[in-house]
Design a binder for this molecule. Structure first.
Ligand SMILES: NC(=O)c1ccc[n+]([C@@H]2O[C@H](COP(=O)([O-])OP(=O)(O)OC[C@H]3O[C@@H](n4cnc5c(N)ncnc54)[C@H](O)[C@@H]3O)[C@@H](O)[C@H]2O)c1
Length: 276
């Protein structure tokens, strides 16, 4: 186990069974946090929970939909019962869905595959927007209440490169991530008087199950989109989940006590590169 920076702090990690946030949750547990993993599928959460316990950490796995306020309140009651009040909230649940994308990067009047901007599936658009934005708003509404009147509490949201300049094809995801960055600033201001810091991490491009088929072919070679991303990433690689944990640690710890309302890119230089 690592040095116990966060002994006895309670961290709630939504999306805690996912590729990026499971690594974040394990890292926080190794630093002494008691971790509540929240996600949709109990069996997937149980795997991460078992890993944390196997490393000597403390974790509970609670299946709850981040869009269901009552389910979140039930989850909060379980967290209180089993771990205590929430000190650190990581809003990691999120993602895109293929039905909320356009098939072309630029408008093409001859397009006939039914995936243009003009026939975009409204319910798919709304559900991607909701998952990412309301899926950050609602857990914050529930768990930030635990932080009122206490010291050293912190919220970390998960934004994206797509919040700064939208990625082609994914308008709902991009708009929602931009909203998350904006909401991060709003909350930072709103909660500064309560001593709760609110920041975000904007990961660059990480190969996960959600984007693997967009970025790589079956034989592991890069798709055109994958090539474009790597050629725009000065460090010339995709991120690995472990690239995120030192920034997460810093944002949750009192060493960043005067930092609130920032969105930190962890992107191998993607944002700094103008393309020329
Ligand atoms: N992978 C990347 O390159 C990348 C880049 C930038 C931002 N992100 C963001 O990082 C976060 C984690 O992404 P990931 O790549 O690890 O994806 P992932 O699919 O592995 O993890 C997403 C997690 O969210 C959970 N989730 C989804 N809908 C939910 C709901 N309604 N209620 C509760 N939980 C729900 C899933 O169960 C899963 O655990 C997301 O917010 C994503 O948008 C990812």
């Amino acid at each position: 186990m690592k040095a116990k920076l966060f002994t006895d702090k309670v961290a709630v990690v939504t999306g805690g069974s996912g590729v990026l946030c499971s690594v974040m949750a394990i890292h926080l547990a190794q630093l002494g946090c008691k971790v509540a993993l929240i996600g949709r599928t109990q069996s997937k959460l149980d795997v991460v929970c078992k890993t944390i316990r196997g490393l000597g950490g403390v974790a509970v796995a609670i299946a709850a939909d981040v869009l269901d306020r009552q389910a979140l309140l039930n989850a909060q009651a379980l967290v209180h019962q089993q771990l205590g009040r929430c000190d650190i909230l990581i809003n990691g649940a999120g993602g895109n869905h293929p039905s909320a994308t356009t098939s072309q990067t630029r408008f093409d009047a001859s397009q006939s595959d039914g995936k243009s901007f003009f026939n975009m599936d409204l319910s798919a658009f709304s559900s991607v927007f909701e998952l990412n934005f309301m899926g950050t708003f609602l857990p914050t509404q529930v768990f930030a209440l635990d932080m009122i009147g206490r010291q050293g509490c912190s919220i970390v949201n998960v934004s994206s490169m797509s919040a700064f300049a939208p990625m082609t094809k994914v308008p709902a995801y991009s708009a929602a991530k931009a909203a998350i960055s904006n909401f991060t600033q709003w909350m930072a201001v709103h909660f500064a008087s309560a001593g709760i810091r609110v920041n975000a991490i904007a990961p660059g491009f990480f190969l996960t199950e959600q984007n693997r088929s967009l970025l790589t072919n079956a034989d592991g070679s890069l798709t055109d989109r994958g090539h474009t991303i790597i050629s725009q990433t000065p460090m010339r690689r995709f991120g690995i989940p472990e690239d995120l944990v030192s920034t997460l640690e810093w944002l949750c710890d009192d060493s960043s006590a005067f930092v609130t309302g920032v969105v930190v890119p962890v992107d191998g230089g993607f944002m700094a590169f103008s393309g020329v």
